[in-house]
Write a protein that binds this ligand. Structure first.
Ligand code: PLP
Length: 400
């Protein structure tokens, strides 16, 4: 196969920025195809994080140099997220991870719900965008409606969500991209329809983070959560919420904490070193460019899809084509092999992949593979290479 070249992208220069890509396993160079579970970080992120600790950082509000640094770092992280997703810095709150932030905001929103209300969730979503809402709904006696994706194509038709909307619906929680099948959802259409019936829209953008340009105005959502460790940053979550909404909702907070957003949504002291890393990760993404990333990932994805298309013993779940409906995350099964055994085989040859359900339990259940151990997930991000695609194809081919 001829290796396609991208004019937008110098893969060697990109890889040179990531120290962890030099790792070896069992004497093999590691191919990190586990990006959906967390990506590696460029040197600039590591430097930004260690600089904060090296220079002395104190808590917010001390009125001296090291405390001012914490203020500065927090402000630049909010500004960077504002650039990344197209919102005001004050609309961004940080937290431990997307799951914690979603539990917090679901609990707060549930305070505004009452019996007779309904919410709409999807079977495509990671459980972090399902369980918090379902639990909050149960506490208040709110109906949960579940929009189903098509197991044959892996696609979640916006109409499957829109068809469940009526005047009782208070919230729609939906992912922008699936961490299991790579499916991209038409969130903009869902938001428009949800707003017509007065419902809010919460978007899980965790899996979209490393792959897609995210703009909260284009998506039309009211709330959105993401995680920096999926887009080349540290283990920190972020929550966007429209100003008026975040100001009006009752946050669960300690009394002396700020009563205005974003501070009222941030429990305790943030990890300032991580916030420095978040800003650096976003600067890194800006330096590479969303178009170059998309271009390279599409080429990687096409090569992978062409390769598996010729393998009768490998079944791909989700869309078989790179296009607006998918990102370069692939779930596969191999005839007569347990997913864990396939993943082990790959890991032994230095290819990091994941097997199981990766918390997308409803999706795996709908695909009918949950009891049988789920699927093997192979994820390509922009630091992966055509040679790594070929390595994984060779292992899959050898499993006939
Ligand atoms: C799509 C998706 N949503 C939510 C989460 C949970 O994110 P976090 O680990 O930040 O809580 C993940 C993590 O894998 C994910 O892939």
């Amino acid at each position: 196969m001829v290796t396609p070249m991208s004019e937008l992208f110098d893969i060697d220069a990109v890889r040179a920025r990531f120290p962890a890509l030099h790792r070896q396993e069992n004497g093999h160079p590691v191919a990190y195809l586990d990006g959906p579970g967390g990506t590696q970080v460029p040197e600039t992120v590591i430097d930004a994080m260690s600089a904060v600790m090296r220079d002395g950082v104190s808590n917010l509000g001390g009125g001296y140099g090291a405390s001012d640094l914490a203020v500065e770092v927090t402000a630049s992280a909010r500004a960077a997220v504002g650039r990344l997703i197209g919102c005001e810095p004050a609309e961004v709150a940080f937290g431990q991870n997307m799951t914690s932030l979603t539990f917090a905001v679901s609990r707060a929103l549930a305070e505004t719900w009452s019996e007779g209300d309904a919410i709409v969730l999807t079977s495509l979503d990671h459980d972090a965008n399902f369980a918090p809402w379902a639990m909050a709904a149960e506490r208040v006696g709110v109906e949960v409606r579940v929009a189903e994706f098509d197991p044959a194509t892996g696609l979640l038709d916006a109409q499957a969500v829109i068809g469940l909307l009526d005047e009782h619906v208070r919230l729609v929680a939906v992912c922008l991209a699936s961490n299991a099948l790579g499916t991209v959802v038409d969130v903009a259409s869902i938001s428009r329809a949800a707003h017509e019936v007065g419902a809010l829209v919460f978007v899980d953008a965790v899996h979209a983070g490393p792959h897609l340009r995210i703009d909260v105005d284009v998506l039309g959502c009211d709330l959105l959560a993401a995680s920096a460790y999926k887009f080349f940053g540290p283990h920190t979550g972020l929550l966007f919420g429209r100003s008026a909404l975040m100001a009006g909702l009752p946050a669960f907070k300690v009394r002396p904490a700020p009563s205005d957003p974003p501070g009222k949504w941030e429990t305790g002291t943030q990890s300032f070193e991580s916030l420095a890393g978040v800003a650096a990760a976003i600067e890194y993404l800006e330096s590479v460019g969303a178009d170059a990333i998309a271009d390279h990932e599409t080429s990687l994805g096409r090569r992978f899809l062409e390769g598996v298309a010729g393998m009768g013993h490998v079944r791909l779940y989700g869309s078989p084509e790179m296009g607006p409906d998918r990102v370069s995350t692939f779930a596969v099964a191999v005839e007569s092999r347990h997913p864990d055994a396939i993943a082990r085989r790959m890991i032994d040859s230095g290819i990091y992949v994941w097997s199981g359900h990766y918390y997308a339990v409803n999706a795996m259940d709908r695909l009918g593979v949950l009891e049988a151990g789920g699927l093997v997930r192979i994820g390509f991000v922009h630091y992966n290479t055509f040679e790594e695609v070929d390595r994984v194809l060779t292992v899959l081919d050898g499993l006939r």
